[in-house]
Design a protein around this ligand. Structure first.
Ligand code: CMP
Length: 139
């Protein structure tokens, strides 16, 4: 059975552009409950740890520099079929391929500055949630 939790973070491009509020509104209107949320900034080392699975990829260094360049808004979200439904709401990684009406189609600037993250599996949703939040941060 699909899990009920996913992890997301609004990325530096979208926070800097003042789009965090509009994105959170879309998330709530799509039926996701916010379990945890904060505004924070990652150090390059923290970004390096978070994206460790991508460390062999050519874009790893730039990705870590970018993700630590400004404020982000990490969240844990709850809904039935959370991971899959959230990935539909945000659209394809590359905004040029994202469907009309998705968060990335509306707000992303490029494949790197793509406005928002969404976990790709139930297992990663748990790992990523626990990376940013303690049990006492979850409501
Ligand atoms: P996300 O899926 O949230 O997490 C991994 C990120 O790596 C992805 O979003 C993109 O922002 C980034 N990414 C993936 N592929 C590329 C690429 N080819 N070039 C630059 N960044 C990428």
């Amino acid at each position: 059975m699909a899990g009920t939790i996913t992890y997301t973070m609004i990325k530096p491009d979208a926070v800097a552009a003042g789009n965090a509020g509009a994105i959170i509104k879309m998330i709530q209107e799509a039926g996701f409950r916010i379990v945890a949320m904060k505004m924070t900034k990652m150090s390059p080392e923290t970004a390096g740890k978070f994206y460790e699975v991508h460390k062999e990829r050519g874009f790893y260094g730039e990705l870590c520099a970018y993700m630590s360049s400004g404020a982000i808004v990490p969240m844990i979200l709850e809904k039935e079929n959370a991971v899959e439904d959230f990935r539909k709401l945000i659209g394809a990684t590359n905004p040029a391929q994202a469907a009309e009406g998705t968060i990335r189609k509306l707000f992303a600037k490029s494949i790197e500055a793509n406005a928002i993250h969404g976990s790709d599996s139930d297992e990663n949703a748990q790992i990523e949630s626990n990376f940013f939040f303690a049990t006492t941060d979850k409501f």
